[in-house]
Design a protein around this ligand. Structure first.
Ligand SMILES: *[C@@H]1O[C@H](CO)[C@@H](O)[C@H](O)[C@H]1NC(C)=O
Ligand SMILES: *[C@@H]1O[C@H](CO)[C@@H](O)[C@H](O)[C@H]1NC(C)=O
Ligand SMILES: *[C@@H]1O[C@H](CO)[C@@H](O)[C@H](O)[C@H]1NC(C)=O
Ligand SMILES: *[C@@H]1O[C@H](CO)[C@@H](O)[C@H](O)[C@H]1NC(C)=O
Ligand SMILES: *[C@@H]1O[C@H](CO)[C@@H](O)[C@H](O)[C@H]1NC(C)=O
Ligand SMILES: *[C@@H]1O[C@H](CO)[C@@H](O)[C@H](O)[C@H]1NC(C)=O
Length: 538
């Protein structure tokens, strides 16, 4: 707690050696105290005394209010009050006819009446110089008074104050402001050093002022929004800016067509963005201005863009019937609204119009046919599309064509085959193949092992709720018969045997014949010889 002026008073009364001035005739006058140091406005007791032995009249001359406190034999005690500044009270004495006087030195000290830091700008741009000014009024003795400008606890400049206590003083300094100075507290402090007088160091500080700094890029905020806004949709509009400081202090407002949009802010280190979701409703104006205003440090940046608002209802696609029987007539209609033009897949080309129609005789090929109805609308030079599709279902009777089910199959016995037979129709028909002769069923699809018993002519019948159809399929299984082969070999062998036997007998017969002929020839020769021998010689 700071001591009050009254409280400070006693220690400040520096009782010094009373000045004693020898008057004429040996009489001397003295004042006590000879020197005093006291707070401004304080009071002081002054004892004027004399060694005069004659009639004595004592007095004190001062500009301060004074009262006589006590009168002694040859002294008088006065009290001075409200001492405002340095002064020299004077004791005088009239001793007989002789007048003498002596003065004391009274020094006054005071704390500054005003220590004030000039208000800082509301916002200070980073990278610019800031001048700090401190005003000091009052304060004494000036020779022992100094003032300093501070950032937090850091002393930026410190200077002794000069002049008379009544002269207001100003100390200034300039700082180059950086981002780090945002939120820094600046103040001014005076120090009255009364230590030489046996007192302390007294400081008085101004009210601290906080600095707000900012930095804005030279670019304008970025607008992220579709150029075209469709009535009935919800659209996201974003306005953002990078490179600003302090991002948390930035204010963003988003306006569409003069109407404020509620938005959500996202704040990064040096980035800020505002996101608004807009329900696009039917508007009179087809074009609306999107305006983003970013404010920071008393400055504002603006970005704006024109958005086109359009109404584009989806086209209406109708089929007279979604499911029809084969051969029935179906009407397909595609109708666009809101000034859009309609196009229908499969429809003959014609002049652009809002309504296109197509009539067809439903055939099996039209089953699952998809119709595309496309509406085109030009908005702000861009062509927009909206499409609808519908599928037609056609009910058609079972089909079993040559290409779906071959009529003739020829398979080797024991092989693996696939019997391909597919019946068509909507609803899909049930297919069975049974042998004409005995009604045996033929498996459709994979056949494990072709057996010769499968041979035969089958009737394949496809049946659905839309009718039935049949188709003949004949299956031939190729195989080899071993019994017939053996018989053939036996016949061949028997034939060979018979041939060889016949040949041998013929040879035997021939040989016997020849031998007989030779024997007969001999007998004839022997007869001739005998006859010749019996005949007389001529
Ligand atoms: C004033 O001074 C005289 C002479 O020195 C002394 O005798 C007297 O007691 C003093 N009076 C007071 C109140 O101190
Ligand atoms: C200056 O400081 C002193 C002591 O520290 C105190 O008594 C005084 O009231 C202060 N003055 C102002 C103007 O704050
Ligand atoms: C549709 O069938 C009807 C008769 O059933 C016929 O007169 C008409 O020409 C057919 N239309 C088309 C586009 O084939
Ligand atoms: C709609 O149809 C048009 C053709 O008419 C096509 O160009 C466009 O890509 C389609 N759009 C969609 C979303 O399918
Ligand atoms: C199957 O083939 C035979 C002769 O190879 C022919 O006479 C008959 O017409 C064929 N049947 C079918 C349904 O093609
Ligand atoms: C096949 O169709 C005929 C008429 O075309 C009908 O008399 C017969 O009962 C049908 N057979 C089956 C199995 O549906």
């Amino acid at each position: 707690m700071a001591p009050t002026r009254a409280g400070l008073l006693p220690p400040l009364l520096l009782a010094l050696v009373a000045a004693v001035i020898a008057g004429p005739g040996g009489a001397s006058i003295s004042i006590h105290p000879k020197e005093a140091f006291l707070p401004r406005g304080g009071s002081l007791k002054v004892n004027c005394s004399s060694s005069c032995n004659e009639s004595l009249k004592l007095g004190l001359e001062t500009q301060w209010p004074k009262v006589d406190l006590e009168i002694g034999h040859n002294w008088q005690l006065f009290e001075l009050s409200n001492i405002e500044e340095d002064s020299d009270p004077l004791c005088y004495a009239n001793c007989g006819e002789v007048q003498s006087s002596v003065s004391a030195k009274v020094l006054v000290y005071s704390f500054p009446d005003r220590v004030e830091l000039e208000p800082l700008p509301a916002w200070q741009q980073v990278g610019k110089n800031l001048t700090l000014r401190c005003h000091v009024e009052g304060g004494a003795p000036r020779a022992q008074l100094s003032a300093a400008l501070l950032r937090g606890e850091e002393t930026l400049i410190s200077k002794p104050l000069v002049g008379q206590p009544g002269d207001p003083q100003e100390i200034t300094t300039t700082v180059l402001v950086s981002r780090g100075d945002h939120g820094a507290s600046f103040s001014c402090r005076t120090e009255l050093d009364l230590r030489p007088q046996g007192l302390a160091l007294f400081s008085n500080a101004s009210v601290a002022r906080q600095l707000r700094t900012f930095e804005l890029p030279v670019t304008i905020p970025k607008l992220d929004a579709p150029d075209l806004l469709e009535v009935g949709t919800r659209q996201k509009l974003v306005c953002s800016l990078e490179g600003l400081f302090p991002a948390s202090e930035a204010q963003i407002s988003l306006e569409l067509g003069g109407r404020m949009l509620p938005h959500e802010m996202t704040i990064g280190r040096d980035f800020v963005s505002a996101t608004a979701l807009v329900e696009v409703t039917e508007e009179t104006d087809a074009t609306q201005q999107l305006l983003c205003v970013l404010e920071l440090g008393g400055q504002s940046l603006e970005a704006q863009r024109n958005l086109s608002i359009y109404n584009f209802p989806a086209p209406v696609l109708t089929l007279s019937q979604l499911e029809v029987s084969e051969g029935s007539q179906v009407t397909v209609e595609c109708e666009a609204h809101g000034g859009a033009q309609a196009r229908l897949s499969g429809a003959p080309p014609g002049p652009p119009s809002a309504r296109v129609q197509l009539t067809l005789n439903a055939s099996a090929e039209d089953h699952n046919r998809s119709f595309l109805c496309s509406a085109a609308l030009e908005v702000a030079g861009r062509l927009l599309f909206k499409n609808q599709t519908l599928e037609l279902h056609v009910l058609y009777g079972p089909r079993l064509d040559e290409s779906d089910c071959l009529g003739n199959w020829t398979w080797p016995e024991g092989s693996q085959q696939t019997l391909k037979c597919q019946a068509w129709g909507n609803p899909s028909p049930n297919l069975t193949c049974s042998r004409k002769a005995d009604g045996a069923l033929l498996p459709i699809g994979e056949v494990e092992n072709v057996r010769r018993e499968m041979t035969g002519t089958y009737v394949c019948r496809a049946v659905s709720s839309h009718g039935n159809v049949t188709r003949d399929v004949s299956l031939t299984v190729l195989y080899t018969d071993y019994h017939q082969n053996n018989l053939a070999i036996i016949i061949i062998l028997l034939t060979l045997l018979a041939t060889v036997g016949l040949g041998a007998w013929a040879f035997y017969l021939y040989n016997r014949q020849r031998k007989i002929r030779i024997y007969k020839l001999q007998k004839a020769q022997e007869e001739a010889m005998r006859l010749k021998a019996q005949a007389p010689p001529p």
